[in-house]
Design a protein around this ligand. Structure first.
Ligand code: HEM
Ligand code: HEM
Length: 541
């Protein structure tokens, strides 16, 4: 007769138990794995930023193994024939070696550059999503401010990065930066001399930017990103209004396995897209620009897109140079002072303080966990469109020489288009956006009072034509109507006859509303009916 074997514990469970005996990790791990997140495509934008940042860290570390940030003069003897025998800095030479002589070097350089562009683009769109949906309101003002800080750190990090190879384009960018620094009243020349270790370009700037680029800024950014995402965890994510969703709960899916699996898949997709772009599309071909010489600047020198705005407004700003003297002292306030210090000062401070400004104007002291539709906040939406269009026009001006050349327009005319456009277009777009928002609200009200248009035309006995309107469904048990004025529209899809389809049921259906454990904060409602996750065992008594 067979004797029953004692059940063997899976190795992972055993290992988990051993770990937990020592470090008591089960409880916090279970808490994290069971955390509920709401689901919406726009919540992926922050994740694209996160994954491209990871890609920047990985590819940057590879580049740092081969790149030498030295301005020592050497003669190029690598495999790119047109530059052989030409004197250049060690930095430019090693960047060329990375492109032509290090195995996989060009691919990783291009991955690093494409990841930087994707990183900055995703932060911008992420920021717009936060702004237009009111996700920055109390209690998330601090996270908004950390975000703005991250944007400007990314901006500086990118600028320092594309200055490193010391090619013709990066030197031109540094020259503009020197001009901007010199416009700081009183201190300008000293700041510039301290940074460049004497007169521009000096022998130190690449070495200094290197320390900033690979050590100081990545460290600060990493710390702030951990804090940023930590705050999203601690304060819980916002959610769109809808059936079962209130200011006091979170309806969504658990971290494990749903979110973990999605995150892994999504990160691989982001890495894949960056690698594909690096493999297929050329970016920053430094060998075509040649080594930097202070006396050589070509037209068509554009910085990366996120810096073009600053370049653009400096290009078109009128040459208002102020000269005045106090006693024996004679001062010059160069034209760059206005767009750089005043303009950029406003552009940094206004967004940074926007949550507080809006709160003051609205006298809104409440906690907000439900997002808002842009149409329901016409002034905010208008302001957002206004500032975004100002930024886009400024950015286009950063390439005004290219437009002038390609379309055979005089550069003077381009400058005036830019100046007038920068002042007029944002104001016009504010007004249009405001009116469109009001129009959409009006439409919502009509749907509320008359129901949804079905497209079915009828004729009554006296010959009058009218359209059949489908009344909205009864409010659900939480009192939410399908389409709420000042709330989120959740129109159910209609079939061809105009009848309302039932909401999707099953695995993806959010389950019931639950109060939080202490009855105060936001409770979490998982939509995936997952069982409790065992991670290791409870501490042995
Ligand atoms: C947010 C983070 C970062 C951004 C936005 C960024 C951006 C850039 C950009 C645009 C370039 C010019 C690439 C080119 O030549 O086409 C660059 C170069 C470089 N980066 Fe980064 N980077 C970041 C983080 C890092 C990190 C963490 C490291 C190292 C640990 C690093 C190391 C380098 C090196 C060595 C170069 C010069 C190599 C070369 O240009 O060929 N970067 N970076
Ligand atoms: C390095 C750049 C950044 C990274 C890696 C990052 C990452 C994230 C992630 C992963 C989330 C949660 C998912 C989501 O809602 O998208 C998030 C949320 C958030 N981010 Fe960012 N973010 C960055 C920059 C910014 C910027 C520039 C702002 C705004 C100025 C911002 C403001 C916020 C706010 C307020 C939330 C909470 C949103 C909510 O609960 O609905 N972030 N961020």
């Amino acid at each position: 007769m067979k004797t029953k074997k004692p059940e063997r514990e899976a190795l992972s469970v055993k290992a988990g138990g051993e770990l937990d005996d020592r470090f008591q990790l089960a409880k916090p791990t279970r808490h994290i794995l069971n955390k509920v997140f709401p689901d919406h495509w726009s919540f992926l934008l922050g994740e694209i930023a996160l994954f491209s940042f990871i890609m920047l860290l990985l590819s940057g570390t590879f580049l740092a193994l081969f790149f030498e940030p030295s301005m020592a003069h050497v003669v190029y003897d690598g495999s790119y024939v047109p530059l052989q025998g030409i004197e250049m800095s060690q930095a430019y030479k090693t960047a060329l070696d990375l492109s032509f002589d290090v195995r996989g070097g060009l691919f990783v350089r291009q991955m690093h550059h494409w990841a930087a562009l994707l990183f900055m683009a995703s932060i911008l769109v992420h920021m717009l999503r936060i702004f237009f949906t009111g996700a920055f309101r109390k209690p998330r003002e601090t996270n908004w401010m950390i975000g703005i800080l991250l944007f400007w750190l990314g901006f500086t990090e990118g600028f320092a990065g594309y200055s490193l190879p010391d090619d013709g384009l990066s030197g031109t960018g540094l020259r503009i930066a020197e001009g901007m620094m010199e416009s700081i009243p009183f201190l300008g020349p000293w700041v510039s001399a301290a940074l460049f270790d004497g007169a521009f370009p000096g022998e130190m700037i690449i070495t200094r930017f290197y320390i900033v680029h690979v050590f100081i800024l990545p460290l600060i950014m990493l710390g702030l990103i951990v804090l940023h995402v930590g705050l999203v965890f601690a304060q819980k994510h916002t959610q769109w209004p809808g059936p079962g969703k209130t200011e006091h709960n979170v309806v969504g899916f658990r971290m494990f396995p749903n979110y973990v699996m999605k995150q892994v898949g999504f990160s691989v997709m982001v890495f894949g897209v960056i690698a594909l772009m690096a493999g297929l599309f050329q970016i920053n071909p430094i060998w075509l620009f040649g080594p930097y010489e202070a006396s050589v600047v070509s037209s068509g020198s554009q910085p990366d897109f996120y810096v073009m705005f600053m370049d653009g407004i400096i290009r078109i700003f009128p040459a208002w140079e102020l000269r005045f003297s106090i006693g024996e002292f004679y001062f010059v306030l160069p034209a760059v002072f206005w767009p750089f210090l005043v303009g950029m000062g406003i552009f940094v401070m206004l967004p940074l303080l926007y949550p507080m400004i809006e709160r003051r104007m609205n006298k809104d002291r409440g906690h907000h966990n439900l997002l808002q539709r842009p149409r329901d906040m016409p002034v905010r939406t208008g302001l957002g469109v206004m500032v975004s269009s100002f930024w886009v026009i400024g950015t286009l001006n950063g390439g005004n020489d290219v437009f002038a050349e390609k379309f055979d327009i005089s550069l003077n005319a381009m400058t005036w288009f830019g100046r007038i456009g920068l002042v007029l277009i944002p104001v016009i777009l504010y007004y249009l956006t405001y009116r469109i928002c009001l129009g959409l609200q009006q439409h919502d009200r009509e749907v509320l009072s008359h129901g949804v248009e079905t497209g079915i035309m009828m004729r009554d006995p006296d010959g009058r034509f009218y359209e059949v309107h489908q009344p909205l469904a009864e409010p659900d048990e939480h009192g939410h109507t399908e389409l709420e004025y000042n709330g989120w529209t959740v129109p159910k899809k209609m079939n061809r006859l105009g009848a309302l389809k039932p909401a999707r049921k099953g695995f993806f259906r959010p389950i019931e509303d639950e109060p939080s454990e202490d009855g105060k904060g936001r409770g979490e409602v998982a939509g995936d009916d997952q069982e409790e996750i065992e991670s290791g065992s409870e501490p042995k008594k």
